[in-house]
Design a protein around this ligand. Sequence first.
Ligand SMILES: [Fe+2]
Ligand SMILES: [Fe+2]
Length: 471
Amino acid sequence: MGIDYNQKIPNNVDLAGDRRLQRALEKWLPAYLDWWQELGPARSSGMDVYLRTAVSVEPGGWAHYDFVRMQDYRWGIFLAPPVPERRIGFGMHKGEPVWNELPGEYRAELRRLIVTQGDTEPASVEQQRFLGATCPSLYDLRNLFQVNVEEGRHLWAMVYLLQAYFGRDGREEADGLLARHAGDPDRPRILEAFNERTENWLSFFMFTFFQDRDGKFQLAALAESGFDPLSRTCRFMLTEEAHHMFVGESGIMRIVQRTAELMGEHNTDDVSSFGGIPLALVQKFINLHYSICLDLFGSEKSTNAANYYSMGLKGRFEESKIDDDHVLTDAVYEIPEIRDGRVIVAEAPALTSINERLRVSYRQDSQRGIDRFNKVLRAHDIGFELRLPDAVFHRNVGGCADIHGTPTGALIDAETWQRRRDEWLPTQADFAFLRALMQPVTEPGKMAGWIAPPKRGIHGKAVDFDYVQFH
Ligand SMILES: [Fe+2]
Ligand SMILES: [Fe+2]
């Protein structure tokens, strides 16, 4: 199922066969391009970048790699092929055929799920827009732009659903997705984690490791949806998401690698005066991004999440691999609860604990990445271990929002938190240090001193390939 790039909006959803929808999307297109010009990657329009573009939705050869002038990049609408005879896998409609049209009784819930997901996509582009100016290499600059154009495409994916299935409301929501902006005091993005500026490359790699991984888990849960167009669009987005997490994980890995080398060379933990990023600072950014992302999963107990599940709209991670009845009427799940100033494990209905369950899956997946970083440290005989902070640390959502905790999980009072937070979270001085450290490197094959080169280049090209050409 190839994708036709001769159309104004490349797609595999037979847009030409639905004139009303085609007109609506073609009307939205210039507004999107204006947004990209204004809030997409700064000063990138004239650059030729070695990018991948989706040319098919079949697993295996879906991507085509070539130089694209940034201003000519084409965003399209791609859904994974339908699974024949697919049935709803959970909730009260379990076993019924999936819906190919919007189930009217769940219109409000689906609209909310799609808008919330859609809002994060352009937000991350806005957050990352100035990073190009301090890129550590052309290889990294290319990866940044690859992530950015695909987040733009993820916005298209959600806007397609809104325009195709939600009539006038959908058109208004599509406009709203371009009207809210990351960090805008009047019209901010919906979720707090998508309002901070991603101001340096350590933040960027953490963002693509942690925030994009949240994206993976949200998309995976939505890919289970009984509303088949949503499921299909999310399934294709997941193939792109994998690369974003690769950028994050390999980026952190290369920083850890470089820091370990500098620690050995100079026989010190504090590599900052040798142009490196100390592990203690890497740990602070892990603390920050991970704790923000835990909040993205919502409260431990949530009737919204229970409803989405029972209605068959949003499932659990790898729903079909879970060994239970997928209805969860009487099932229980263990969730953390704060009682008398202590964290205890309490039994709660599995249905209202859906958020917590997704958060646990996320934690396990994140931990596997952290383990790989620690392997690099052990290979360099370094005793320091990077860690995910405890769930009580630096939280703003759910039961833990009412308490203060250390990264190792000890509960502390507000005064102690105030006094010690700079030990655990990046400070203004830390950000200033990174600003001074991160100077742009744009010579092919050259790498900033704070990061090791990647093991290999993109799509069989050498690491010193000219991934971005300036004009
Ligand atoms: Fe995305
Ligand atoms: Fe992503």
